[in-house]
Ligand binder design. Structure first.
Ligand SMILES: O=C(O)CCC(=O)C(=O)O
Ligand SMILES: [Fe+2]
Length: 371
């Protein structure tokens, strides 16, 4: 072993001796507050799973499709629907611009999320829970009870539906969090329903927005989970990930990233970075929509890189069908040329699956596929 490697191993060991194992469960913000200078071994990915961080910016040759929400509402709807359909088929992701949610609501939500992670660990830890159905959950990694290797993220998950039932459980500190999250969740929910209408139309399931009313009922009652992701700066970003490759379980995710990049999606067999675009949402197809569209729209793998110098916050609004709904391919999208590709599934089986399996990329969706 070279002298530098010996020294590195020694520093890592010394730091780890000072860290008791239960401290890893307190999250990465806590580790940073303890002043670590090396990534503890629990976070080090096997060499093949590590990200390759290059200085060269791959964004110059990759652009996510952009959908203009204004155009979806205007006389150009047909063209905007074609672009939407192409984006969901080929990328599983798109940027939404001109979405109509004021900057103020967005900034207030990001700021409130940031302040939550600036609270003392004692204050944050009041919301730690192993119950996957708890209305509020603060935690770390992906599934901290199962992950063999931890990832470099802490999270606050707020169940948003029905608001009146869950609100009393939300953190009362920082004082502005509840109001900011109520406002933000209501606005993103409204936007989500408008996008669902467009998606149903793009799949040829409704002729016009007028007769989409019947179809949209089930979506109106759907669940919504706000996830505030906090990725502190990381001393060795090439050894770990903020979130490992995964697809989102629900129907659609509306994601807000701050100005620090980190999100990568799998496209044509490589990892490409999604450049943050101010005032836009990154929207992606979830497993429910892939199943519902009988495989036409793709729930695509994505992951998050961390940064040596900057911390990053993102806010994901995950929208799913109601807890008790059965998710199945739309009968109108099944025919001789397109046989049914997925088994029926529901929320309970998903919860059971993630509670009992270690996270491995698209495994839940794979388990629902008919061969
Ligand atoms: O932070 C990001 O950019 C992505 C977060 C994400 O994929 C998730 O919360 O499911
Ligand atoms: Fe995700």
């Amino acid at each position: 072993m070279s002298p530098t490697i010996v020294l590195e191993v020694e520093t890592r060991c010394e730091e780890e001796e000072r860290l008791e194992s239960h401290e890893l469960h307190k999250g990465v913000k806590h580790l940073c507050e303890r002043g670590i200078t090396k990534v503890p071994r629990k976070y080090i990915l096997p060499a093949l799973d590590r990200p390759i961080l290059t200085k060269k910016d791959d964004a110059t040759n990759f652009k996510l499709p952009v959908i203009d929400f204004d155009q979806l509402q205007g006389p150009n709807r047909i063209h905007a629907l074609e672009s939407l359909s192409k984006a969901c088929e080929e990328y599983g992701f798109f940027q939404l611009i001109n979405h109509g949610i004021e900057c103020q609501s967005i900034l207030e939500m990001i700021e409130a999320g940031r302040k939550f992670f600036d609270l003392s660990f004692e204050e944050r830890s009041k919301y730690m829970s192993n119950d996957l159905r708890a209305p509020v959950r603060y935690g770390t990694s992906f599934n901290q009870n199962k992950d063999r290797v931890f990832c470099w993220r802490d999270f606050l998950k707020l169940d948003c539906h029905p608001l009146s039932d869950v609100l009393p459980y939300w953190p009362s500190s920082p004082t502005e969090l509840r109001q900011a999250a109520v406002n933000y969740s209501e606005k993103t929910r409204f936007l989500y329903l408008m996008i669902v209408e467009a998606i149903l139309e793009s799949l040829g399931l409704v002729e016009t927005t007028k007769d989409s009313d019947d179809h949209i009922k089930e979506f109106r009652d759907g669940s919504q989970l706000l996830v505030v992701n906090c990725y502190p700066s990381c001393p060795e970003p090439d050894l770990t990930l903020g979130i490992p490759p995964h697809s989102d379980y629900g129907f659609l995710t509306l994601l807000l990233q701050d100005e620090v990049k980190g999100l990568q999606i799998q496209h044509e067999g490589r990892w490409v970075t999604v450049e943050p675009v101010p005032n836009s949402f990154v929207i992606n197809v979830g497993d429910h929509l892939e199943i519902f569209s009988n495989g036409r729209y793709k729930s695509v793998l994505h992951r998050v890189l961390v940064n040596r110098l900057k911390s990053r916050i993102s806010i994901a609004s995950l929208h799913s069908l109601p807890f008790e709904s059965m998710i199945r391919p739309s009968p109108k999208l099944i025919n001789d040329a397109n046989p049914r590709r997925y088994k029926d599934t529901d929320f309970a089986s998903f919860i059971e699956y993630i509670a009992s399996h270690e996270h491995r990329s698209k495994n839940f969706l794979e388990s629902r596929r008919l061969t």
